[in-house]
Design a protein around this ligand. Structure first.
Ligand SMILES: Nc1nc2c(ncn2[C@@H]2O[C@H](COP(=O)(O)OP(=O)(O)O)[C@@H](O)[C@H]2O)c(=O)[nH]1
Ligand SMILES: [Mg+2]
Length: 258
């Protein structure tokens, strides 16, 4: 995480289209447990959302931004926990789940092989898993590991929401171009896709809305006509919310996803 003053994200947000929705529950996040074996998983009840991404895409920074809790990233960096499934409790029934980073060359093959099956079983069988957030660096989007995870997640029937993180590194036009290009990928036909910046907070309201939808908060509708700054694709229907004009509900035949 680059240095931030405690409150500067509000200043760096785009005020031309105020998008200040926050799912307050996320601020309750507290580290609870690191899991390396299926048997250690918390009781499979309530609801949880998992976040994944290639190492260095900014997963820890996204978690920090999302929860406004810097200590969460520190937990994920603790040796031994980087290859674990890290749980963060939101309340008695809801959790955020930090999945191991992938595509990181320094991870020994033996480790990779040992957490692969855990991750696979988790994605296949976890009843309380409501959705998967996948963090990508917008400058290197949809690498082979990302594609594998999305394909596998979809195969398991998991809703997927992709963050094109570090959008601050590109001009707005260039960012939108990447978004439009990815929108045409068959693999992403039923996947939510948005620009994001853990550094500036771009797209944060959209991400909060997605998590609120998955984790079960009744959202108060935003003002009619408010448009999403970062999002043109969305898997789940979000009726009754602002920003619909910008949201193209992609519901192609699921047969397109093998
Ligand atoms: N410019 C910019 N840098 C970012 C952003 N998100 C993360 N980074 C930087 O990318 C690097 C990796 O971030 P980190 O959160 O540790 O990635 P992780 O390995 O996926 O957990 C760090 O140097 C971060 O400061 C972002 O939105 N914009
Ligand atoms: Mg990290």
């Amino acid at each position: 995480m680059p240095d931030h003053k405690g409150n500067d994200y509000a200043l760096s947000m785009d005020h031309t289209k105020p998008e200040d929705y926050r799912f307050a529950l996320l601020r309750q996040a507290e580290y609870s447990i690191s899991v390396t074996k299926t048997a250690q998983l918390p009781a499979d009840e309530g609801a949880e959302v998992a976040i994944a991404g290639r190492s260095n895409a900014g997963k820890s920074s996204v978690l920090n931004r999302l929860t406004e809790r810097r200590s969460l990233a520190r937990v994920s960096r603790t040796p031994g926990r980087t290859q674990a499934i890290n749980y963060f409790t939101l309340d008695a029934q809801r959790r955020l789940v930090d999945l191991p980073g992938y595509g990181y060359a320094k991870v020994p093959e033996a480790l990779r092989l040992s957490w692969g099956p855990l991750l696979e079983r988790y994605l296949r069988a976890r009843g309380s898993l409501r959705g998967l957030v996948i963090v990508m660096d917008i400058r290197h989007p949809l690498g082979p590991h990302d594609a594998d995870l999305i394909a596998f997640g979809r195969e398991c029937g998991r809703p997927v929401h992709v963050l094109l993180n570090k959008a601050d590194k590109l001009s707005r036009g260039a960012g939108l171009q990447v978004l439009a290009q990815l929108r045409r990928e068959a693999l992403l036909a039923e996947v939510g896709l948005q620009l994001f910046s853990a550094q500036t907070g771009l797209g944060l309201a959209d991400l909060h809305r997605q998590l609120a939808a998955w984790l079960g908060e009744k959202e108060t509708p935003t003002s009619a006509g408010a448009e999403s700054e970062s999002q043109i694709g969305e898997k789940d229907s979000r009726s009754g919310q602002g920003g619909r004009d910008q949201i193209e509900t992609a519901r192609g035949p699921s047969a397109r996803l093998e």
